[in-house]
Design a protein around this ligand. Structure first.
Ligand SMILES: NC(=O)c1ccc[n+]([C@@H]2O[C@H](COP(=O)([O-])OP(=O)(O)OC[C@H]3O[C@@H](n4cnc5c(N)ncnc54)[C@H](O)[C@@H]3O)[C@@H](O)[C@H]2O)c1
Length: 319
């Protein structure tokens, strides 16, 4: 069994390879060429444990992820995880991958796939609310699909915001990384707005004029009581593009507007339709909501495993 750690996963494949894997996963989704039981959410005190299995023709696997939003308060990341990749025919375990690193790169690529299909091709400014682990890869991957010149960032935690700007600037030396004092200013100054927070209340201002003609990407909310986008967004958009249909139930970003009848069920559409048909949403205001799914993990894990074998990366162990 091959073990791939955090650093190895970060360095093994490029953003364009992760994007290719995610587009392949969306194609599997569109063709229904996979088997994915509903993911299980188990809660105990502050911890949510997600068990995420998925089968494709050549591989199957399970990602186990724990989320504790209080961890940053004690200097630890919110998300820990591990993924076991198995051979689809024999069931033999092939690899154990660091699930946090896998999640960060695949979620970055999922957000960027949304941006590719629903934002204006000329977009040069990105606004990022939430400067955590996901925010970092969201910013990096956004730059691989649009000619981004400036990234505006905002977070409630000023210290985190400062460190984030320094780190992101090192990764993206040719992009102007700018820390802002409010989400109002951020939305005003950005064409694409990505939210990657653990907030329970909308982080984007409820101001219809401010939201017009922008592209919004929601990454953070994965529970019915979590929400990043305000009511007024739903009077501006024609569709909500989702990475997976269960986003409508799992995320308060969709479940609450559906309950309030600000959004109709038939407006919630899988973005895999756009990916498979090579179509783009050209509406003035657009919205992509992601909650993630195990199919992304399994396809990206397959890319990582195959490349690691080819390049002799990782540690082999016998269980
Ligand atoms: N869509 C997906 O596939 C996917 C994948 C992984 C994680 N997530 C979710 O994305 C969210 C972020 O994950 P992470 O690993 O980056 O967490 P993190 O704890 O590293 O970062 C979250 C950041 O949000 C900031 N924040 C919280 N409330 C805010 C507010 N109201 N305004 C501004 N900033 C605020 C926090 O200060 C923190 O910096 C979590 O809810 C996580 O569960 C989604």
């Amino acid at each position: 069994m091959l073990i791939l750690n955090h650093k190895q996963i970060e360095n093994l494949i490029s953003p364009s390879e992760v994007l290719e894997a995610i587009e392949k996963a969306f194609t599997f989704f569109h063709e229904e060429n996979f088997e994915m039981p509903d993911r299980m959410h188990a809660h105990y005190k502050d911890i949510t444990l997600l068990l995420m299995p998925c089968f494709t023709d050549h591989f199957f696997g399970t990602k186990l992820v724990s989320v504790n939003p209080k961890n940053p308060g004690i200097g630890k990341p919110s998300i820990y995880g591990s993924m076991i990749l198995n051979d689809a025919k024999s069931g033999e375990p092939l690899a154990l991958l660091n699930g946090a690193a896998l999640t960060a790169i695949r979620t970055g690529a999922v957000g960027a796939t949304g941006i590719k299909y629903i934002s204006k091709e000329t977009s040069q400014t990105v606004g990022l609310i939430g400067t955590g682990i996901q925010g970092f890869t969201q910013a990096i991957f956004a730059c691989s699909v649009r000619p981004v010149k400036k990234i505006n960032v905002f977070d409630l935690d000023e210290n985190k915001l400062k460190d984030f700007v320094t780190q992101l600037q090192k990764h993206l030396p040719s992009v102007d990384i700018c820390s802002l004092k409010s989400s109002e200013e951020l939305v005003r100054e950005s064409e694409i707005i990505i939210c990657a927070t653990s907030s329970e209340k909308p982080v984007v201002p409820d101001d219809i004029k401010l939201l017009q003609n922008k592209c919004f990407v929601g990454i953070g909310s994965y529970k019915p009581n979590m929400r990043e986008f305000p009511d007024s967004l739903f009077s501006l958009i024609q569709n909500v593009w989702v990475d997976t249909p269960f986003a409508a139930k799992e995320s308060g970003d969709l479940a609450i507007p559906l309950q309030k009848k600000l959004l109709q069920e038939n407006q919630v559409k899988p973005i895999s339709n756009l990916v498979a048909n090579g179509e783009f949403d050209k509406s003035e205001t657009t919205f992509f909501k992601s909650v993630g799914m195990a199919l992304f993990d399994i396809v990206v894990a397959e890319y990582l495993y195959k490349k690691a074998i080819k390049e002799n990366i990782g540690t082999n162990i016998i269980l």
